[in-house]
Write a protein that binds this ligand. Structure first.
Ligand SMILES: [Ca+2]
Ligand SMILES: [Ca+2]
Length: 105
C-alpha cells in the first residue's frame, strides 16, 4: 500500500512537470538558434515543411504552381463518384420516376 501511495504521489507530482516539459519542448522546436526567443523567421522555418508538403500534394502535375489543371482530375473523380452514387441510390428514388439522384436525399 505504501508503494502504491508513493507511486501515486510520483505520478501526481510529475504531471504538471510533464505538461511544462511538453510546452518547453514545443517552444524549443520553434527556437531554432536556441536563444530563448522565437522570431517570425523561426516560426516560418518550423512550419514551412508542413506547408510545402500540403502544396506538393495539391500540385498534382508537379510543375511547381497551382492551377486548374491540378484540380481537373479531382473534379473528374468527383463527377464519377456522383454518377456512381446516383446509380446506387436509384432504387430508392423518392420521385418514383426511376431518375433518382442523390440530391433527393
Ligand atoms: Ca530564437
Ligand atoms: Ca501544378
Amino acid at each position: 500500500m505504501l508503494l502504491f501511495s508513493a507511486f501515486a504521489w510520483l505520478v501526481l507530482a510529475a504531471a504538471p512537470a510533464s505538461a511544462a516539459s511538453a510546452a518547453e519542448a514545443e517552444f524549443s522546436g520553434f527556437d531554432a538558434n536556441g536563444d530563448g526567443k522565437v522570431t517570425m523567421s523561426e516560426v516560418m522555418g518550423h512550419i514551412r515543411p508542413a506547408i510545402q508538403k500540403a502544396f506538393d500534394a495539391m500540385d498534382r502535375n508537379h510543375d511547381g504552381v497551382l492551377s486548374s489543371d491540378d484540380f481537373q482530375d479531382v473534379s473528374e473523380g468527383m463527377q464519377k463518384f456522383q454518377q456512381w452514387l446516383d446509380g446506387l441510390l436509384e432504387p430508392f428514388s423518392s420521385s418514383g420516376d426511376r431518375d433518382g439522384t442523390s440530391q433527393e436525399f
